[in-house]
Design a binder for this molecule. Sequence first.
Ligand code: G3P
Ligand code: CA
Length: 263
Amino acid sequence: MGDPLVFAHRGSSYDLPEHTLAAYLRALDEGADGLECDVRLTRDGHLVCVHDRRLDRTSNGYGLVSARTLAELEALDFGSWHPGGVPADGDERLDESHTRLLTLERLLDAVLAAGRPVRLLVETKHPSRYGRDVERRLVTLLRRYGLADPKPDDPVRVTVMSFSPLAVRRIRDLAPALPTVLLLEVLPRWLRLGRLPFGTRIAGPGIGLIRARPQLVPALRAAGNQVYVWTVNEPDDLELVLDAGVDGVITDRPARALARLGR
Ligand code: G3P
Ligand code: CA
């Protein structure tokens, strides 16, 4: 088995503000194989890269992302809450890639301009709680970019992830060729390791689950699935998942994981 793929979780989000273009470009510079991004819908139907339902933690705004238009969100500062989003003493002002809201379109443009193979993991949150239209709009956008029907040789390949089996089913219905990841915080009773739901062939357990049950990785793999584990930031956790034989490591610190792999 070869080395796992290294995915930058929300970009190089330990060093720079999560989900900013600067954090993603840093991850590509560091040599990450892929990028992870959460998407939400604005009030006027645009897909934006924001993790939380609310704006309060990662911007100078407040309230629900879904209650604001794209123009309103573009006026906010998504960087200054993080040490990597403010200039160090004596530095010039940071450019807007450190502070501006990132739309999924701008992220796709950046990935396609990278000039090298990049995997992109796009996560949608629960469809009935966080917007029923996310999957349809995501697939429509990916089709516009020619990314909804990936081929093995395509330089940019998108995979859609969710904790919600319903979201996974919607993606499979809308775009059967798009690979999907079922994310797992705990092991649901209904889950059969050999047969993930709706044709999904990649399991995405959290590191807490793997710490408790490292044997899950070989069991899932023996049943023909791949395993991508999140969020693997600490050296001990990295050793654990490498020993377990995972296919993908999702981390806030891609440079650290790549250095451990000698890359
Ligand atoms: O990569 C999967 C992971 O991102 C899921 O958890 O809360 O960081 O979106 P969360
Ligand atoms: Ca995520």
